[in-house]
Every structure is written in C-alpha cells, then in structure tokens.
Design a protein around this ligand. Sequence first.
Ligand code: COA
Length: 393
Amino acid sequence: MGMGSETRVGIIGVGCTKFGVRDDATIQEIAFEAVREALQDAGVTREDIQLSVVGTAGTRSYELMPAVPINEYCGFAGKGPIRVEAACATGSAAVYTAYTSIRAGIADLAVAIGFEKMNEVDTPTSLAVGGRSGSYLWEFHQYGTTFPGYYAMLAAAHMARYGTTDKQMAMVAVKNHRNAAKNPKAQFRKEITLEKAVGSRYVAYPLRLFDCSPISDGAAAAVLASEEKIKELGIDNVVWIEGVGYSSDTANMPKRADYAGLKASVEASQMAYRMAGIDDPLKQIDVAALHDCFTIAEIMAYEDLGFCRKGEGGKFIEEGESDFGGKLPVNTFGGLKAKGHPLGATGVAMIYEIVKQLREEAGDLQAELKNYKGLTHNIGGTGHFGWVYILGV
Ligand code: COA
C-alpha cells in the first residue's frame, strides 16, 4: 500500500442542472452549469482542480468524444485526460476514477462530471441504442430487444415468482413523482395518481409508461478532495465516501441464472457494506438513492440491497417503508422515474442528492437523519454494471 492509500476522500462540493429536455444548451454548457455550481459549493476555483473526469454513456450525441471539448469549456484543459463509460452507471464510475486517484495520492482535488443529452436522437433510436447496452451479438442481434423490453422480462419473472403486482410497481411511480413535484430540478414536477399510472399505455408488457424513466438531458458534478487538502482548505461540511462497491454480470442476458433480481446489485452492496461497516442497512442508513430506471428496478433493489427479504419488495413499497417516515426513504428527489435519467449524469446526481440530504440542505424533501449515513445504487445496462456508495458525515 502506498502512502496515499490511507487518506480518506471527502465530497466538498456538488452541482446539478435542471433535468428534462435541454434544447437551450449544448453539452459543454450543461456540463459547465453543473461544474460552476459544484465549484462554488466547494469554495474552490477551476485552477485548484488537478484532475477532471468526464462521464457520458454517449451513443446518442453528435459529439462522440466529448471529454476534451467539455474540459476545455469548463477550464480544465490539460487536467482532464479521462473519459469514463459504464452505460447508465457512468456517473458512479466517473466518481470512482476521481476517488481512486485521490486514494492513490496522485491528485488531492478532483472533479467528476456526468452528463447526457439523450434528446439529440428520437425515441425509436434511443430505444434501439438502449437495446444494445449488453452484447450486441447475443442480445440485440438475436432478439431485437429494446431497453424497456429487458426490464419487462425482469418484471415478468418477479411477478411470476413472488406475486408482485402492477399496482405495487405503480406505487413506486406515485411516490417518486410526489417527491419530484417538490424538486425544482426534476423533469416531471407533477404528482400522479395510482389510477393514472395503472391506466397508462403499455411500453413493453407488463411495463407501462409510468413504470419507465424518461428520456432526459442534464449534468451533475462533484468535487472530491483528500483529507489533508480538506484540512488545508479549512472545509468543515464534508461528506465522506465511507464505502464503495462494484460488480458486473454477463453481457449476454440469456446466460443469467436468475431474472428476478440483479447479481451486480447484491455483490456491489455487500462490498460497500463491508468497507463501511454496515451490518444492517435499515438501522444504519438514513436515506438512499436507488436505480429506478423502471419501477420494478426499485423493488428489486430493496431486496438485492437487503432492505427487505427477497420477494418482499412489493410489500416494502405498499407499506410505505421507502417513503418519508418509513424505514428508509428512497429516491427523495424523485428518482430516475420522475427527476429524470440523463444516463451519464445519474450516478453523480445521486451523489448530489445524498450530499444535500446529509448536509440537511434538502428543504421540503429533507429526510430525518439519525446516523447521518446515505447510500447510492447505480446500475448500468441490465445489471451489466453495479455500483454502490455509502456516504457519511
Ligand atoms: N413517464 C411519464 N411520462 C412520460 C414518460 C415517462 N417515462 N416519457 C414521456 N412521458 C410523457 C411526455 O412528457 C409526454 O407528455 P405530454 O403529452 O403531457 O407532453 C407524453 O408522455 C408523450 O411523450 P413522448 O416523448 O412522445 O413519449 P415517447 O413514447 O416518445 O417515450 C418512453 C416514452 C417510455 C418510450 C420513453 O420515455 C423511454 O424510452 N423511456 C425509457 C428510457 C430508458 O430506457 N432509459 C435507460 C434506462 S437505464
């Protein structure tokens, strides 16, 4: 272990743009919007940054290699040689790159930027590109599956095995829309009723429109620093990265042993829990941002992360356990479902949310804190990547 490996890494600043259709701005401009907020929040300048990591899933933009244009526009030219991609988990992987550089003692102040402009292509193109998030030859080429189609298979398996209902899935959407309605940066700022959700059109049976996250544009940024640098700068409202875990699963979905959960979520959470000393997430964690790209994904995540037993995720939402006042509030800012899901931005936006929560800056959406610990869970593809962070103050 090198000298740098013992340093703790803290998040000292976060920024996030409004999510939605962002025809008003280029990718450089939305990235800068998030970066400017994060730098101001941290109280540092762009000259202080030693490493910039740009995360984007890409494939939906005319700008195919955007790291250099973005870094140049944000004032990080020469400090930003890295572009990271991990499908919808790109943002978490970008934060990890900044984190490991600091742990290694190579940089002591780094920024992770996540962004996506998905609306540069039309919906059919977006759906087809999403369908190619695993192995092109063994998934998309064989079956022509769209991205909602994959999660529809997982939903069907979960419903068949555990009796999970379309109403329970819709309850995830109702909760997340209710939270997003109070989040000025959310894509959908409107509450929905259970009737509206279960009455909406099918996108890929059994998933309906209100089971899906939307197609979104947006960016988020986080400034990370070593403990030594934090002391030097005299910063005291730091949120520490206490645990991080990652995993992956087969590129070829037909090779999966189980369709009613994601192995990558189980393994990533266990790794993060070990590092952070979490034995009982319900008792030790106050607030969580889970990857609800589809409502069934949030239900499976309750189970895979050990918030409840396997098969009891439907009951967990039905009994209000993931709502404010429940055992563990989930997706307090509206989740991917209603806040929006600009792929590369999402993992960093989850960090933004949990940092705001742990610093008690979440306003109307503030969760009650007992242990001052929060969790992010970010999936890429259909469990092709899994990332979990445990943050604490
Ligand atoms: N949830 C709720 N409302 C949605 C929505 C969603 N996911 N997506 C679109 N809408 C609304 C729009 O705001 C619009 O409302 P309006 O008529 O009041 O203005 C209406 O539905 C039609 O929107 P449109 O953009 O034409 O929908 P679409 O049919 O092109 O796209 C989906 C709908 C579900 C196909 C699209 O949102 C989608 O592909 N989602 C999945 C994204 C994905 O796979 N992400 C990667 C996951 S990891």
